[in-house]
Design a protein around this ligand. Structure first.
Ligand SMILES: Nc1ncnc2c1ncn2[C@@H]1O[C@H](COP(=O)(O)OP(=O)(O)OP(=O)(O)O)[C@@H](O)[C@H]1O
Ligand SMILES: [Mg+2]
Length: 265
């Protein structure tokens, strides 16, 4: 496994469903230890792109490399090793309704960390529940959770194994502004303290500008903009401008530093 390679590398990825072309030659490197936001209109293939990264969807053509492993051609055991190192929040939460909130969060620990005792696992889950501001909800039945609570349980589950790479599909949608800010702060904290690489899909433009070091914009199957947060928010590309809108408050120009640009093939 090539650790010098960025944690995620897409090389000329093509994907169609029947006659619908969703990804039309997407190449992108996601830099390590940074937060990259993927933005773009609804139905443009953002979730499909994320599902390629976890190996749930295979490209028709091109490579999807995660920690140096091509997710489409690697044997199942290798794909499992990669999945162990990443956490994923699906857009719909993808919680098991038959498990309690805490059991849902604990699930990846049981699967990937059998060396932990039941009480160690329980402590980790309680800690995660605190982090997402749901203390004491371990036993709450999942069907009884509100939309925002489901989202936060999904977030806790995504980070419970302390993954190196975290993929969030719309972490803020359906959350009130205060919880949404708390989630953004959590992302910032994990990035700073653990050096976690985040890939976040979001419609929340203000949140994007707050948390993202890099931004990539997907439009009609292609990347139309990529670069540091400042570069993309200042872009005069008409589609980017229309998407970001006139109300965007531009960030402090000094704050993004000399971050490395993602490579576009
Ligand atoms: N398994 C599938 N089979 C057929 N079509 C699919 C499948 N998955 C996604 N699509 C289609 O691919 C397109 C892109 O879907 P995707 O979910 O990636 O959009 P998105 O950019 O995440 O949108 P949103 O912002 O609304 O979540 C849509 O037209 C969708 O209907
Ligand atoms: Mg989506």
């Amino acid at each position: 496994m090539d650790e010098l390679e960025p944690p995620i590398r897409l090389v000329d990825v093509h994907k169609s469903f029947g006659s619908l072309t969703v990804l039309d030659g997407v190449s992108l490197d996601i830099p390590r230890g940074r937060t990259t936001a993927i933005i773009g209109p609804s139905g443009t293939g953002k979730s499909v792109m994320l599902k390629h990264i976890v190996g749930l969807i295979r490209p028709d053509r091109g490579e999807v490399r995660v920690f140096g492993t091509d997710m489409a051609s690697a044997p199942e055991s290798k794909v499992y090793e990669v999945r162990k190192r990443l956490g994923m929040l699906f857009q719909d939460g993808a919680l098991f309704d038959s498990l309690s909130a805490g059991e849902n969060i604990e699930f990846p620990l049981q699967r990937h960390h059998p060396e932990l005792s039941a009480s160690e696992r329980r402590d980790r889950v309680e800690e995660a529940l605190q982090m997402v501001e749901l203390p004491g909800l371990y036993d709450r039945p999942t069907p009884a959770l509100s939309g925002g609570q489901r989202k936060r349980v999904g977030l806790a589950r995504a980070i419970i194994t302390r993954p190196e790479l975290v993929l969030f599909d719309e972490p803020n949608s359906g959350l009130d502004p205060i919880t949404s800010d708390a989630i953004d702060a959590l992302i910032g904290h994990l990035k700073e303290t653990l050096g976690v690489t985040f890939l976040v899909i979001t419609h929340d433009i203000v949140g994007t500008v707050n948390v993202a070091d890099h931004i990539a914009m997907l439009y009609q199957g292609k990347l139309v903009a990529w670069g540091t947060r400042d570069e993309v928010t200042r872009s005069d590309h008409p589609i980017v401008r229309r998407f970001l809108g006139r109300n965007l408050i531009l960030p402090d120009p000094g704050s993004a530093g000399s971050a490395v640009l993602p490579r576009i093939g």
